[in-house]
Design a binder for this molecule. Structure first.
Ligand code: FAD
Ligand code: PYC
Length: 404
């Protein structure tokens, strides 16, 4: 590290790569940085490098709409995301950094009898596992959100909703910075502008990585690159059923606070929350085609704005100020792919699609344990890559939130 300048506020920029590390993490999104943090904090592994081809949090971590919840549909999912919500509670204190974590309550609207049935199903699974979720009627939605037109202009009246009181939002960049700083303070090196171009495998085990800044030897590689996962898997000759779709979002000009809860409507392909700064953060469903790109479209803004106005007609004069896209690494069963692989020392944290921000703490914690012990953590046993070959899918589609 260069000592020319004062200690930076967040993390240091190491001058050069070492020739060898005990573990290399590819991707400095929330997941890679969280894994580095817990490896150093909980498992005493400090000789670790995180390699990032761009900048910290510049992938889906800095592009997501920050919804945190645990109201999933499968027992595997509910237990996993519930542990994450628990970890979120102490994170700002752990980091000594304001994450703007704000518990708002989360409504998933039901506009049809079929979706009322699904919401009841989810609420019963949630309650069974001690998660605070309940089916509520349209009057309860109106009471919590008086500005909403619950008839939706007569097109698709709201019949009820799944209400999940712990539903929250947080400042996404701060989460990446907090994990990055915490890892850096514990000796982990974070190398930005360092792209992994190849992974060396000898006799079925990882021996190193080739980067845009030279070769590194290591016996453990954790791949946490979300939308770039297929490219990294090509490097080691593994196949997965991942497919990459753009997921877009947009934000309005700031307004006085008027929207307390998080509102999601799968049928109208819209979800919205209001940030501490007063902006409306809005999103829709996945773009319906596979594309490895982060370009955003006018079609998206027009469609989402129209659906927003069905719910909130009074917003017709509010301006959209930014739009963007991320690359969502979608799995066929809408559950992640995590853990050990057929290659010794190559660990995968992927398949985070449209749902991985909320999982950042638990993914980091369970992947750190898996890498340190070379054994899948019990919370991720059902998420391994070989479930697709073994026909043991985890059907989470009904709880993936945005439409597909
Ligand atoms: P990323 O943050 O994408 O990090 C991966 C990093 O790997 C990137 O920085 C990339 O540059 C780097 N990388 C790639 N290839 C290489 C290479 N060869 N060498 C070195 N580095 C490399 N989830 C929720 O839970 N709630 C939400 O409300 C939500 N909303 C979303 C809205 C949008 C618009 C999008 C796009 C996603 C949303 N998600 C949401 C999903 C969530 O953002 C992701 O699942 C999560 O951020 C994934 O984090 P990550 O650290 O795995 O990946
Ligand atoms: O997982 O809750 C979620 C979510 C909302 C929008 C995108 N993902």
């Amino acid at each position: 590290f260069s000592n020319k300048y004062p200690e930076p506020r967040m993390f240091r920029q190491p001058d050069r790569l070492k020739s060898s590390y005990d573990a290399v993490i590819i991707g400095a999104g929330g997941h890679g940085l969280a894994a580095a943090y817990y490896l150093a904090r909980d498992h005493g592994m400090h000789n670790v490098a995180v390699l990032e081809k761009g900048y910290i949090g510049g992938g889906n971590t800095g592009r997501n709409t920050t919804i945190i919840r645990s109201n999933y549909l499968t027992p595997e999912g509910v237990k996993f995301y519930d542990e994450s919500v628990r970890l979120w509670q102490d994170l700002a204190q752990d980091f000594d950094l304001n994450l703007f974590y704000s518990t708002r309550g989360h409504f998933t609207l039901a506009h049809t009898d079929a979706s009322v049935r699904t919401m009841r199903w989810r609420s019963e699974v949630n309650k069974h596992f001690g998660i605070d979720s309940e089916l509520v009627d349209a009057d309860a939605v109106q009471e919590a959100c008086p500005h909403m037109d619950i008839t939706c202009g007569g097109q698709a009246p709201i019949l009820g909703a799944l209400y999940h009181a712990p539903g929250s939002i947080a400042r996404h960049d701060a989460v990446a910075w907090g994990y990055g700083r915490g890892a850096d303070q514990r000796g982990v090196e974070i190398h930005q502008q360092t792209e992994v171009l190849g992974i060396t495998v000898e006799s079925g085990r990882v021996t190193g990585v080739e980067t845009s800044r030279g070769k590194i030897s290591t016996s453990r590689v954790l791949c946490a690159v979300a939308g770039s996962t297929p490219r990294l898997l090509d490097m080691v000759g593994l196949r997965s059923p991942l497919y990459i779709h753009p997921l877009q979002a947009m934000v309005s000009e700031p307004m006085k606070a008027w929207l307390d809860p998080i509102i999601v409507s799968g049928s109208l392909h819209v979800y919205v929350s209001q940030t501490a700064r007063g902006e409306l953060v809005m999103g829709a469903s996945l773009d319906p085609y596979e594309l490895h790109s982060t370009r955003s479209t006018l079609d998206f803004v027009e469609g989402l704005a129209a659906h927003m106005l069905e719910l909130f007609p009074f917003l017709s004069h509010v301006k959209v100020v930014r739009q963007w896209a991320g690359m969502a690494d979608m799995t066929p069963d809408f559950a992640p792919i995590m853990g050990k692989t057929a290659i010794d020392g190559f660990y995968l944290d992927s398949g985070w699609g449209t749902w991985g921000f909320k999982a950042t703490p638990v993914a980091g914690k369970t992947m750190a344990s898996t890498v340190a012990n070379d054994r899948n953590h019990e919370l991720i046993e059902d998420f391994s890559l070989d479930r697709f070959a073994n026909y043991a899918l985890v059907g989470e589609k009904g709880a993936a939130s945005v439409g597909h």
